[in-house]
Design a protein around this ligand. Structure first.
Ligand code: NAI
Ligand code: PHE
Length: 366
């Protein structure tokens, strides 16, 4: 008779996603009323409690959703570790059916809040793709105090995208300084992929500086929004990678930089908000081989998580949060300098810095 401890038969070769992951634990929950799978991945709690957004979308399979949660949670660890911010890395993914009625969705959010409450601080969350500040208000009905980025009226610091866009803007300015030396960025061109919450606010910063903006979005309603503005040009989504620009700013979904798209790029640098822009870490080498400067996404896009958790959990004022988020530019310059000095990719330099910070925090803890 076989027992649960018997080794798997030799014919079983499939590796579970968690076996390739270096994180701490994953909470898995099936929400029967909506037939949704919830994965809460706690990657690393060296610097503080696991914190990360809740992504809610439809996936082809539960394993795809789990893979996304694992990858995104690791990204949050790196994000916080680079500036030694007192949060650990985690992420929640709620894999919903292709269609979900609004009432059913509300029920799911409330039950998810109940799950966070039961976890008692194991994981703190905020918004991510597919969830909003209004959703955080609902989750907090049952999940407080483990929910960030509630609306201001409900006692939160509101939408995170303004801080994220500010960090991306500072990172773009730092990149221009790296490429061309100090001086006005007016007349340079930034290509934004995705004019959503972050992309739109980033556009406003760039426009103020006289930077030319090209943008694309799959939402056809946005195609004509800036028609007639000589500084802003719409690019069809399928032409995005081959469109000339100084900086390409991915602000839609991740995974867009791969073996097929990188050879098409006609930019000098990639600096954007999207999490996990590189399909795999090897893509950093490909960008470097093409002479394209890559600003690691987890360095660039910390603004929202940092600004909001700083204001809600660390007593920061909005001015404090703004000042801290603006430091993204200086941090990125440090990573560019380390990469050049050590003759490694900027991604490897950012990983090294994050890992060194985690190690030194570990050696200080009792
Ligand atoms: P959003 O959902 O408001 O905007 C995304 C936009 O991209 C939408 O307008 C969508 O129509 C567009 N889009 C989707 N696929 C596209 C494609 N193939 N080509 C062109 N446009 C496409 O999301 P948000 O909040 O602006 O975030 C953007 C990215 O930044 C996401 O990857 C998110 O994970 C990341 N991020 C956001 C933070 C925040 O504070 N909102 C914080 C850190 C990262
Ligand atoms: N979506 C944010 C990110 O990827 C996560 C976040 C936002 C966490 C706001 C806390 C507060 O960085």
């Amino acid at each position: 008779m076989s027992s649960a401890l018997d080794p798997a038969p030799a014919t079983v070769t499939r590796v579970h996603p968690q076996q390739r992951w270096d994180g701490e634990l994953v909470v898995t929950h099936f929400d029967a009323p909506t037939r949704s799978m919830i994965f809460i991945a706690v990657h690393n709690t060296t610097l503080g409690p696991a914190t990360g957004g809740t992504r809610m979308m439809h996936y082809a399979s539960p394993d795809d959703a789990l893979e996304d949660a694992l990858r995104l949670a690791r990204g949050m660890t790196l994000k916080f570790a680079v500036p030694r911010f007192a949060c650990g890395g985690g992420k929640a993914v709620i894999a919903i059916p292709a269609t979900l009625e609004p009432e059913a969705r509300l029920g799911l959010l409330r039950r998810y809040g109940g799950l966070l409450k039961k976890l008692n601080g194991l994981f703190y969350t905020g918004p991510d793709v597919g969830t909003s500040t209004a959703d955080m208000d609902v989750i907090a009905e049952t999940g407080a105090p483990y929910v960030f980025s509630r609306s201001v009226g409900k006692g939160g610091a509101g939408d995170s995208s303004g801080f994220t866009a500010l960090g991306v803007y500072r990172a773009i300015l730092a990149t221009f300084a790296q490429l061309d030396g100090e001086g006005s960025p007016a007349g340079k061109t930034v290509l934004i992929q995705g004019l959503g919450n972050v992309g739109r606010k980033l556009l406003a910063h760039l426009r103020r500086d006289g930077i030319r903006v090209r943008f694309s979005d799959v939402n056809p309603a946005l195609r004509t929004e800036f028609a007639g503005d000589p500084q802003i040009e719409f690019i069809p989504p399928d032409e995005i990678h081959a469109t000339p620009c100084d900086v390409f700013a991915p602000c839609a979904l991740g995974g867009g930089l791969n073996a097929e798209t990188i050879p098409q790029l006609r930019c000098r640098a990639v600096v954007g908000a999207a999490n996990n822009q590189l399909q795999s870490p090897e893509m950093a080498e490909r960008l470097r081989a093409r002479g394209i400067l890559y600003a690691p996404d987890f360095v660039v896009n910390i603004g929202g998580a940092m600004g909001i958790t700083g204001m809600e959990a660390m007593g920061w004022s909005e001015a404090d949060a703004t000042r801290e988020v603006e430091k993204v530019g200086a941090t990125l310059r440090e990573i560019y300098a380390r990469a050049a000095a050590e003759n490694i990719t900027t991604l490897a330099a950012a990983h090294r810095l994050a890992e060194a910070n985690l190690l030194s925090a570990q050696s200080r803890s009792p």
